[in-house]
Design a protein around this ligand. Sequence first.
Ligand SMILES: [Zn+2]
Length: 409
Amino acid sequence: MRAKSAPLLSPLLFVLLLLALGCQAMTGAVCQAAPLKRSGSVKAPVTIRQLASPDLSPPARQSPRTPQPALPDRLHGLIRRVALPAGDRRLALTFDLCERSVHVTGYDAALVKALRQGNARATFFAGGKWMRSHPEATQSLMADERFELGNHSWTHANMAVMGGQKRVDQVLWTSAQAELLREELDARRVRAGKQPTTSQPTGPQPLTLFRLPYGRGGAEAVAAINGLGLAVVQWDVLGEGGGGSVAARARAIAEAVRPGSIVLLHANQVPKDTAAVVKALLPLLRQRGYATATVSELLAAGAPETVDDGYFSIPGDNRIYDDRFEDQGTGGLAIPGRGERAQGWPGRALAFETPTVGPGLSGGEFGTKDFGRVRTQGRRGAVSPDPPRLCRCLPAFKRKSQRVAPLAR
Ligand SMILES: [Zn+2]
């Protein structure tokens, strides 16, 4: 696929960005990012609450009680898409729900509504801390038979630089949190006198899918996660950005997918108008003969196609995240307080979407705003210039832009 040129930020988007980051400067403040105003778009406000200090507390249960079935051999490795039998034109829309230790990221209810209205099936990769911060939203997803939940680590850890028990905890704590919420949901159904059905069974449903935060992780990390019983699922289509109107971005996704594709999107942060894009995308997919499925349904129907290393669009395009969150992969202080020394990559607590579909970087993960220039193979994506106004009020942004060396193909 030919790399698309990265469009510069529109003036409106840039102003919104500055406003959002200004909010971030107020530790502990609630930052309400205004939705983009586009005709026909779904209003999907996203609230990101910056915490006064990183929340590193474990869940109430630190390991699931339900035994995790061993992962079948055929599902080992880092899965980017699924080769389906001829004539099967299903694909998987996947939505990450990322939350680091330093913030509470919110939930895009308009997006979920758009999926439900379009009767679309989808997989949500939820962070464990996100599930704890958003129990009702998590249970709403759990209760909808069209959706499945996957594991996105406890605090959005970079699994390429985190190992040992910390990495295991990131997985198990998240699975345990899901189990707790599932138990609550089941108990509520029992109290309401609801009987289990085929589409809404009760009882333990261990998470069996994992998505690497930032897409970071190679054979060693993937083997460790596979050993815990979870298949590692990435994507072959970066569903975010692309620039232009909602309609243009939806069209770009529809043109990029093929049967068995796994599309990466987010359900809680940037871009703010994912709901509108999805609403425009679903009829385009139907016109092209596609149907939506969960990732598990794809995996049951076809043969997973794997790669050796996780990446967004080009191997190595996500290595920039390795030194930004220290070994925790979760950030230290979001914004250094007075007299405090910056840790890891503080201050860059909000993600900014690098506007590409196809080759390029995605900042949609969890929240870092990628100011400055990022160079990837075959393409120089100018995300945005360093924002001088911001630098005067937010010292953490004075750090120099980080460059990524071009990769040898
Ligand atoms: Zn994420």
